[in-house]
Ligand binder design. Structure first.
Ligand code: PLP
Length: 401
C-alpha cells in the first residue's frame, strides 16, 4: 500500500484510531481503496455525505462556482450565501442564519448567541444546560459543553458555564435551571453518545419548560439535520420549535459548512459580536445550496425514513439471531447495534476486511450512517456482510497491513 500508513504515522498527529484502509475514490455509497478494492460505506464521512460520494450535483457546482467566485470577505454581500439562507429559512421554523465552517464552530456561535441573549434579556444569565452522553464538538468550549468525560480528562481548566444533567429527563433540567441559566442545548437524538433516542415527548417537555422560564431552547442538529432522521430537521418529528438550531455535516454533502439558525427574537448579535473569515464563502454556500435543493426536490428525507426503517428492522432481526447483541436502535438513517461486550472495534475491523465500512461509536456499539440515497438492496448487502462477520467472531485475525 505504498507505505501510506507508515508515512501517515510519521507526519499526521495521532488523534484518531484509523482502520488500515486508504480511500482514494468514491461514488454513491461505494468507496475504493488504493489497491482498487471496493467497499460499501455505512460511515458516510461520519454522517456527512448525504448524497453519497462525489454526487454529480456537487462536482458540477464546485466547478462552476470555482470558476465564478470562490471567496470574498463578509464585508460584502454574496449571492449564494443569501440564497442558501433564504432556502433554510423558508424550510425551517427559524428566521436568520449565520454561516461558519463546522459543527463545533456552529455550536460555539450558538452558545455565544445564548450568552448575549442572557446579557440583554436575562440579567446576565450565562449558563447553558447540556446532557451527559452529548457531543457538541472539539473546541475548548464545546468540549466543556460535551457531556462525556473521556474527551476532557487532561484538558482542565475548561471554560466554565456548562451544567450537565441526565439526557431524556426533563425533571433534571428543571432542577438545574437557575437565575444563571440562559439556555438548554440538546441533540434531538444523541449521535456520538451511541445513538440514544429520547422518549417521544421529551423535547416537547423541554420546549415548554424553556418557554415557561424564558430561556433559550437550542437544538444541535449537526448530525440529525438535513434529512438524516427521515425529516429535513429532526425537530419536526418531535413537534417542537427550537429558538436556535445548529447545522453542519450533511448541509454541504461533503463540502465543509456549518450554520447557526435562530428565531428573530433570539438573533441578538450586532455588528462586531461574531464573525468568520471563511464562513459563508460563495463556494461552500453554492454547494450547500445545490445539496439542499436536491434534498428538497427529490424528497431525500423520505428515502432516509423508508430505508432507515428497513435498516432498523433488519438490524433488529440480526439482534434476535446473535447472542452477542444487546440491542438494535435507530431513527432514520442513524442506527446502532449495541453488543453485550466490548467487541465493536473487532467487528468494525472484520467488517472492513469483508468490504463493509461501519463506525465504532463506543467500545460496545457500532453505528450506521450511510448516505441518505442508500437503497434497500445495499442495506441487504450490508446486513449479509454483518451476519457473516458475527458468525465468524471467534476466528478473526488482524489483517496483515
Ligand atoms: C451533534 C454534533 N454536534 C457537533 C459536532 C461537531 O461537528 P464538527 O466535527 O463538524 O466540528 C458533531 C460531530 O460529530 C456532532 O455529532
Amino acid at each position: 500500500m505504498k507505505d501510506y500508513q507508515a508515512r501517515a504515522e510519521k507526519v499526521l498527529m495521532n488523534v484518531v484510531k484509523r482502520l488500515p484502509v486508504v480511500l482514494v475514490q468514491g461514488k454513491g455509497a461505494r468507496v475504493w481503496d488504493d489497491e482498487g478494492r471496493e467497499y460499501l460505506d455505512f460511515v458516510g464521512g461520519w454522517a456527512v455525505d448525504s448524497l453519497g460520494h462525489s454526487p454529480s450535483i456537487l462536482s458540477s457546482t464546485l466547478r462552476e462556482q470555482s470558476e465564478r467566485l470562490i471567496q470574498v470577505s463578509n464585508q460584502f454581500y454574496s449571492v449564494p450565501q443569501i440564497e442558501l439562507a433564504e432556502l433554510l429559512v423558508e424550510n425551517s421554523c427559524l428566521d436568520q442564519v449565520f454561516f461558519c465552517n463546522s459543527g463545533a464552530e456552529a455550536n460555539e456561535g450558538a452558545v455565544k448567541l445564548a450568552r448575549k441573549y442572557g446579557k440583554v434579556h436575562l440579567n446576565g444569565a450565562y449558563e447553558v444546560i447540556t446532557t451527559y452522553g452529548s457531543f457538541h464538538g472539539r473546541t475548548l468550549s464545546m468540549t466543556a459543553a460535551t457531556g462525556q468525560e473521556k474527551f476532557k480528562t487532561w484538558l482542565s481548566p475548561l471554560p466554565p458555564g456548562f451544567v450537565h444533567i441526565e439526557y431524556d429527563n426533563v425533571e433534571k433540567i428543571k432542577k438545574a435551571t437557575s437565575f444563571q441559566t440562559c439556555a438548554v442545548m440538546l441533540e434531538p437524538v444523541q449521535g456520538e453518545g451511541g445513538v440514544n433516542i429520547p422518549h417521544e415527548d421529551y423535547l416537547t417537555k423541554v420546549e415548554k419548560w424553556c418557554q415557561e422560564k424564558g430561556i433559550l431552547f437550542i437544538l444541535d442538529e449537526v448530525q440529525t439535520g438535513m434529512g438524516r432522521l427521515g425529516s429535513l430537521f429532526a425537530y419536526e418529528q418531535y413537534h417542537v420549535e427550537p429558538d436556535i438550531m445548529t447545522l453542519a455535516k450533511g448541509l454541504g454533502g461533503g463540502v465543509p459548512i456549518g450554520a447557526i439558525l435562530a428565531k428573530d427574537r433570539a438573533a441578538v448579535f450586532k455588528p462586531g459580536d461574531h464573525g468568520s473569515t471563511f464562513g459563508g464563502n460563495p463556494l461552500s454556500c453554492a454547494c450547500a445550496l445545490a445539496v439542499v435543493r436536491f434534498i428538497l426536490s427529490n424528497n431525500i428525507p423520505r428515502n432516509a425514513a423508508k430505508v432507515g426503517e428497513y435498516l432498523l428492522s433488519q438490524l433488529k432481526k440480526v439482534a434476535t439471531e446473535f447472542e452477542a447483541i444487546r440491542e438494535a436502535r435507530g431513527k432514520g438513517l442513524l442506527c446502532a447495534l449495541e453488543f453485550k461486550d466490548d467487541i465493536a472495534e473487532d467487528v468494525t475491523l472484520r467488517a472492513a476486511e469483508k468490504r463493509l465500512l461501519v463506525n465504532r461509536v463506543k467500545a460496545n456499539a457500532i453505528r450506521f450512517m450511510p448516505p441518505l440515497i442508500i437503497s434497500k438492496e445495499e442495506v441487504d448487502e450490508a446486513i449479509n456482510i454483518l451476519k457473516e462477520v458475527l458468525w465468524n467472531l471467534n476466528t478473526y485475525s488482524i489483517p496483515s497491513r
